[in-house]
Design a protein around this ligand. Structure first.
Ligand code: HEM
Length: 143
């Protein structure tokens, strides 16, 4: 059975939409209500699925685009460059924070509250990257 790239891209888009929904639910009902068990479980699964999707699909696609010279014309590809750059930062930070939290399961509430600005930064980067990803999908597969 052969799966075409359009199917992969559409599946990736659907998965990313689901991840954003779970991320926001985890944020609203977990972190904000101080139910950290819900929040942590949601976040670990999201970070894992997103990292796999980015590592196995998006980064190879970005390399593919680069090999075609897609990034040579900055004015035509700036949104994709921004997507890839912010995405790399979001993925990197989310993996680091998840690993730290997995190692330090005893994290006191004070420390959790101190890492809050970092979480908000990751969430903001994630949402911007997601929006630019939706734009990428419409550009590459919309027509
Ligand atoms: C939080 C991190 C990220 C999120 C939420 C995200 C989200 C998305 C979404 C929703 C799409 C549209 C689905 C698709 O076309 O496959 C997409 C496409 C894409 N992303 Fe990302 N992305 C992230 C990180 C990255 C990174 C780090 C790179 C590369 C360095 C990257 C490269 C791409 C490329 C090249 C496409 C177009 C794939 C194609 O359809 O041919 N993304 N992204």
């Amino acid at each position: 059975m052969q799966i075409d790239l359009y199917t992969v891209a559409t599946s990736a888009l659907i998965i990313e939409v689901l991840l954003i929904i779970v991320l926001l639910i985890g944020w609203l009902y977990g972190a904000r209500r101080l139910e950290f068990r819900v929040h942590h479980r949601a976040v670990y699964s999201i970070v894992l699925v997103n990292s796999l999707l980015v590592g196995l699909w998006m980064i190879p696609q970005a390399i593919n685009l680069a090999s075609f010279g897609y990034f040579d014309d900055f004015s035509a590809s700036w949104h994709q460059i921004l997507h890839d750059t912010l995405g790399l930062i979001a993925v990197g930070l989310s993996i680091i924070v998840s690993v730290v939290f997995l190692i330090r399961r005893d994290m006191p509430l004070k420390l959790l509250k101190r890492t809050r600005p970092l979480m908000i930064l990751i969430l903001t980067l994630w949402i911007i990257t997601f929006a630019l990803g939706v734009l990428a999908y419409t550009i590459f597969w919309g027509g």
